[in-house]
Design a protein around this ligand. Structure first.
Ligand SMILES: [Zn+2]
Length: 480
């Protein structure tokens, strides 16, 4: 008779299956290697789908439903609000539209540092880069976790030391990168990195606490690798050093299993090396749009505004950027514009943007038909497949793209950054990014025991992982 086991799932943000394999080969994640060598674990690849970004993937994993999450940030035409996560999260303004009737993976468990509450009983006061969401019945304030954590001098010393160490090395890496002519993302990004290291430690502490209190399942997000990879690129030495911290954290959590818990480690998406659009083009994407759309006020979310002042504008455009993907919304409208209407009203827009060397592909929707536009012109439906072969399996990528294109919350037109000299043009100011098509960003992993016989080979979008993990949870919980 097998013993009933509880489940703890650790989410390592932004680490692709390829990057994990490389880290294992290079000895950067010795504990994960130990899990594979000595505890019967195996690495299972899956496809996260589009957009390759945390809110989309995590919704899929936690609820089994990630429809209408078109980007890391998007414009909700009905509520007239920019939906975004992280500091100043606005998801709660639209949360009532999501996840009705879902059976959350971690219902009545603990959800720590995730984008969504997941109907968990407790969040230990830590939501995803935002310590104020807490709606769970037993949600405690962050102070409740923070005070005992900091009261322990071992924790405090650990955190201060690691933060200083990361900060110092990051500063050194930054000047080194500059001196050899590379362009890491600006300094403000590594204050995020330092914050992430702190939140990382706090999250680890909360997971151990949740395990002591017997919650199951426990789901916890660790974002320090993703943050560092955004700042320096996923293969940079700083990002690899953060992976060692992540490995150490997994080891600590694993040590708290005490035969009661089983551990799954997974990632949500990968990253690719990127070049910021503004550096590649000379001006920002918003400025380019404002030039084409004379008289329109173009607002880049988390960026600048372009064109005439508010009251003189003949219309408003909102651009939400998410790594190598960008959504363009005509913000005065209540519904998504069709391709035909877009071409009638603004005949220059699509041809001009599609002709940019920095843009690989545009996607719009004409009634029920998917329209793809590149510098050569327009392709309808499956006719785009030969063009997609350079990015991934064209049949799968096509299905991923048209699923995204079916979301009402998409921009009137969606742009995907081109790969130039092996780096993807990123609409944000980042050295590593995700959210778009091409390379490792669409290929995350699940690290699980072979004896559980999970099969992720047909998972082409993250919501298809939900039934697999839910089944595992139930299988472990049953004692028969
Ligand atoms: Zn990211």
């Amino acid at each position: 008779m097998a013993l009933s086991r509880k489940l703890v799932i650790l989410h390592v943000d932004g680490l692709s299956a390829d990057s994990l394999e490389k880290a294992l080969r290079d000895g950067d994640m010795p504990y994960l290697q130990h899990l594979i060598d000595a505890e019967g674990y195996d690495l299972y690849r899956y496809r996260c789908g589009l957009p390759s970004t945390t809110p989309f993937v995590q919704a899929g994993i936690l609820y089994g439903d990630n429809t209408e999450i078109p980007s890391f940030r998007w414009w909700d035409r009905e509520r007239r609000v920019v939906v975004q996560f992280g500091t100043g999260s606005t998801f709660e303004k639209v949360a009532d539209k999501y996840f009705a009737g879902c059976r959350p993976l971690i219902k009545d468990g603990a959800c720590i540092a995730a984008c969504y509450p997941g109907e968990a009983a407790d969040d230990f006061g830590i939501a995803y880069q935002d310590r104020s969401y807490g709606r769970q019945a037993k949600s405690r304030s962050a102070a409740n976790v923070l005070v005992p954590y900091l009261a322990n001098p071992v924790h405090l010393g650990d955190w201060v030391w690691q933060t200083l160490a990361v900060f110092g090395r990051t500063a050194k890496d930054y000047s080194l990168a500059r001196s050899v002519g590379r362009h890491p993302a600006p300094l403000y990004v590594w204050t995020d990195v330092a914050e992430e290291i702190f939140v990382h430690h706090l999250t680890r502490y909360a997971v151990q606490k949740a395990m002591r209190e017997g919650y199951s399942p426990i789901y916890a997000g660790f974002y320090a690798f993703d943050e560092t990879a955004h700042a320096f690129g996923p293969r940079d030495a700083s990002a690899l050093r953060v992976l060692k911290h992540v490995d150490h954290t997994i080891k600590k959590v694993a040590a708290a299993r005490e035969g009661r818990y089983e551990l799954v480690v997974l990632s949500d998406h990968g990253q690719v090396e990127t070049t910021p659009f503004a550096a590649a083009h000379g001006s920002t994407f918003g400025a380019v749009l404002a030039e084409v759309l004379a008289g329109f006020r173009v607002q880049e979310v988390k960026g600048k505004a372009y064109g005439p002042p508010e009251d003189e504008a003949r219309g408003h455009v909102t651009v939400t950027k998410s790594g190598g993907g960008a959504h363009v919304y005509f913000a005065d409208r209540a519904t998504r514009m069709t391709y035909r209407e877009l071409m009638n009203r603004h005949p220059e827009l699509i041809p001009r943007i599609a002709a940019l060397r920095q843009v690989a592909l545009l996607m719009a929707r004409d009634g029920e038909e998917d329209v793809f536009i590149d510098a050569q012109g327009e392709l309808r439906g499956a006719a785009v497949k030969p063009l997609l072969a350079q990015y991934d399996d064209p049949d799968i990528l096509f299905e991923q793209l048209i699923r995204l294109n079916s979301f009402r919350n998409c921009g009137d037109v969606i742009a995907f950054g081109a790969f130039i000299d092996g780096k993807q043009v990123n609409f944000e100011n980042q050295a590593g990014g995700h959210g778009s098509i091409g390379g490792e960003q669409l290929h995350p992993f699940v690290l699980a025991k072979k004896e559980w016989s999970i099969d992720t080979s047909r998972v082409n979008a993250a919501h298809q992982l939900h039934p697999i993990l839910s089944r595992l949870r139930d299988q472990l919980a049953s004692t028969a």
